[in-house]
Design a protein around this ligand. Sequence first.
Ligand SMILES: O=C(O)CCC(=O)C(=O)O
Length: 305
Amino acid sequence: MMIKNARTLDFPLISNGYPIAATQQDTGWLEPTKPAAPLAQLHKRYQEHGYLWLKGILDREAVMAFRSRFFEAFRSTGLLAEESDPVEGLDSGQEVDREQVHRIWMEAVRWPEYEAFCYSPQIVRFYESFLGGDIQLLKRKIIRYTRPGDIHCTPGHYDLIYLRAGTDHVYSSWIPLGDIPVEMGGLVYLEHSDTLGRQMEAEFSKLNASLSYEERISAYNKNMTEGGWVGKDLAALATKIGGRWLLADYEAGDMVVHSPYMIHGSTENRDPLGRMRLSTDIRYQRQSDLSDPRWNNHYYVGDKL
Ligand SMILES: O=C(O)CCC(=O)C(=O)O
């Protein structure tokens, strides 16, 4: 499979005000995997790299239809450029009615068609085969949109910090809902950081041992950094482990599966065409494994998870 790594980017890429690396040479590219690869190969890659970027596993048309449905719902809020096709997700650049946006957004994560999307046969088939049996989808499912120029990015973190009350055999699916080239600020992954995440969590477990159960499982207890993040300065994190941030030009139809220890974050959306980045992140695990009960509720902004 061809890896699109030959193009030159406009550097530096910025995350929360920090450049993620000095030059493009200090970053790498995520490696795609064919969804139809033999199971043993998929397991091996996941173990070794902490992620699988499953190229084109989903039906592109279905993904774009959901993108269109999502943005159309916001038409009356002023979020979309006037008279634009919602599938483009063109930002109006205008102030919006935040309360109305918030209400529709929280409705969207409860839409039956969103749930149906998360249960797409391709996703279910993949996980049933990858995990070797029945699976469950955690109810707390997040859809994120990012307007161009928004300086707030997802800081570096690994997911288990927020999921400590369940199994660590939990698998995050990050799904671009539309094309997300690097310039639109998709996820960046810290190379080989699954190992670092495991070490960090082992350290936190020791530090947290004397805390109450509620505090121990909290991403915000006294031993954690602000927000449970590993850090906002992504370049400093990469220097710490001697790894690189891995970038990707994601396309509608792709799905990245990442380990709960894999460190990742996002960069600013600087799309020259003014499109909003849209993605969803949802989590799956074996039906028989213990799930974190806090994730058995729908997502709402401020649920402090
Ligand atoms: O989409 C983002 O910016 C964050 C997603 C994320 O952290 C995840 O998929 O675990």
